[in-house]
Write a protein that binds this ligand. Structure first.
Ligand code: ATP
Ligand code: MG
Length: 227
């Protein structure tokens, strides 16, 4: 007998999201399985960021069902949300590093939230900073970094936690080709390690990587869904 099919990690049914009375996502149905890699594309304003914000509980659906890693976000309380966020890695469209903290401390915050042992944090953080080309920069404050460096630090902060689910919004948006390639490789490694990735991107090179599924949004609706 075939083993029972694993439930999807993400399941949206008839989801609409509004800002005021303007819809940003309309009647969205979507399933994403464990260890899938989904590229979210579409023109500016199509709803890519809104979809990622919905999946981490930063905006709520006005209608429909939203389930992420077993948590029903359309009816979750604050505690459910906090528990879910500990399992997520999030790279926002703007880097959002915490200004009064060094890079190292920014990464520590993320690791603490998911219960990493203190003695393991230092080496992990150094390794991850090196991977994004920021070796030796752990003592720098975010304001001392360029925009692209801040973005790479934000990617490092999300990935150092080895999240089961990574939501990344334009992770290569501000980067030169070599840095973009380094970030793409890190994302690929996370995927090989078993993580599920949802990546909003305008970067055709990133979205052309094999082994992913493409979701193209247009005015808040799914325009194309392709393997
Ligand atoms: N905080 C907000 N308040 C009001 N409207 C918003 C807000 N955020 C986004 N919108 C609107 O919702 C729609 C979808 O925006 P969203 O940011 O999801 O697009 P996007 O696909 O990520 O675009 P981009 O490629 O420019 O990042 C747009 O029409 C936008 O103007
Ligand atoms: Mg966006």
């Amino acid at each position: 007998m075939a083993p029972p099919a694993e439930p999807p990690l993400i399941r949206l049914r008839g989801v609409s999201v509004f800002y005021g009375n303007r819809p940003a996502l309309e009647e969205l149905d979507l399933e994403v399985g464990k260890n899938e890699r989904l590229w979210i594309t579409g023109p500016s304003g199509a709803g890519k960021t809104t979809l990622l914000r919905l999946l981490c509980g930063a905006v709520r659906a006005a209608r429909g069902e939203v389930e992420v890693d077993g948590v029903r976000l359309d009816r979750a309380g604050r505690r459910d949300l906090e528990r879910l966020r500990r399992r997520l890695g999030i790279v926002f469209q703007d880097p959002r590093l915490i200004a009064g903290f060094t890079l190292h401390e920014n990464l520590v915050l993320g690791l603490e939230a998911c219960g990493e042992r203190p003695e393991r944090m230092g080496p992990k953080i150094e390794r991850m900073l090196a991977r994004v080309g920021l070796a030796g920069r752990g003592a720098s404050f975010p304001t001392a970094l360029s925009g692209g460096e801040q973005q790479r630090a934000a990617v490092a902060r999300a990935l150092v936690r080895e999240p089961r689910l990574l939501l990344a919004d334009e992770p290569t948006g501000n980067l030169d080709p070599a840095s973009a390639r380094a970030v793409a490789e890190l994302l690929e490694e996370a995927w090989i390690r078993g993580a599920t990735l949802l990546i909003a991107t305008h970067d055709p090179e990133l979205a052309a990587r094999p082994g992913g599924r493409l979701l193209r949004l247009k005015r808040g609706r799914i325009a194309v869904e392709a393997p």
